[in-house]
Ligand binder design. Structure first.
Ligand SMILES: [Zn+2]
Length: 265
């Protein structure tokens, strides 16, 4: 993997952000393979395709690229609030590629991917609506709160200017294959319960602490009246899949990515 951006022809684009966007998109197309099936290259979607910039032409996995000069911290700016919620609700969330580049050296510093099945609406935080004087008055954007995205579901591909072995990347990614295979309703429950426990102050938590999220989860899944058994069942599945660990009866731990990132709290 060559981490340097290709030169973008001068004159075609006017703003720095436009150039950066084109340079990072060109880089992804040039270097990145599909995380699910390793097919390369990823195909860019037509301009203005909603919430996806690339698609794998072999397995159809969708990807959306977010790039930034410098670090992503807790918040990742996203588009329209209602659109993203609807995208998640209808199971059309793309995998998110978070690309951090060095604006001087024009090269990739970090690239991580968020598995599309793991972005819960609980991680989507609305921004203030634009004021009446703004060009798009009333428009409401949103941020993604990375602290509510499970760390195991944020897979590093490039870290601090070094590429990770592809086998490590696809190994970490394929842990979530089971999420693609479950029914959409079950996928939603797993994703939301995982997002809830991610909000707890420590990595070790009890079943009673998980039950605190009963009101939030009933609101998200109004057709289910037995929320507590449902929470318990999701925890069991997440333990069986190695996403959580059961330390002793009623006590669980959130598994972390080894050595790469500490949770910012
Ligand atoms: Zn693919």
């Amino acid at each position: 993997m060559d981490l340097e951006f290709s030169a973008i022809p001068e004159g075609k684009y006017t703003s720095r952000s436009q150039i950066a966007r084109v340079a990072s998109q060109t880089w992804v197309h040039r270097e990145l393979a599909c995380l699910r099936c390793s097919y390369r290259p990823l195909s860019p979607t037509r301009e203005n395709t909603k919430s996806r910039d690339f698609e794998c032409s072999h397995c159809e996995e969708p990807y959306e690229l977010k790039s930034k000069a410098g670090r992503f911290t807790r918040w990742v700016a996203n588009g329209e609030y209602g659109t993203l919620l609807e995208t998640i609700r209808s199971g059309r969330t793309p995998n998110l590629l978070l690309l951090e580049y060095d604006p001087i050296g024009l090269s990739v510093r970090r690239l991580q991917a968020i598995h599309r099945t793991l972005l819960s609406s609980l991680a989507v935080i609305p921004r203030e609506r634009l004021s009446v004087s703004a060009q798009r008055a009333g428009w409401q954007g949103c941020n993604i709160d990375l602290s509510v995205v499970p760390e195991v579901g944020r897979v590093p591909i490039v870290w601090d200017g070094a590429e990770l072995p592809w086998s490590t990347v696809v190994g970490a990614w394929s842990r979530f294959d089971f999420m693609i295979r479950v029914r959409p309703d079950s996928q939603g429950w797993l994703r939301d319960v995982l997002a809830c426990v991610q909000k707890l102050p420590t990595d070790v938590f009890t079943l009673d602490e998980a039950y605190q999220f009963e009101p939030i989860l009933s609101e998200l899944h109004p057709s289910n009246l037995n929320v507590r058994p449902k929470i318990r069942q999701q925890l069991q599945v997440l333990v069986a899949q190695g996403i959580l660990r059961r330390d002793r009866p009623g006590v669980y731990s959130i598994m972390r990515r080894a050595g790469i990132m500490r949770k910012s709290r």
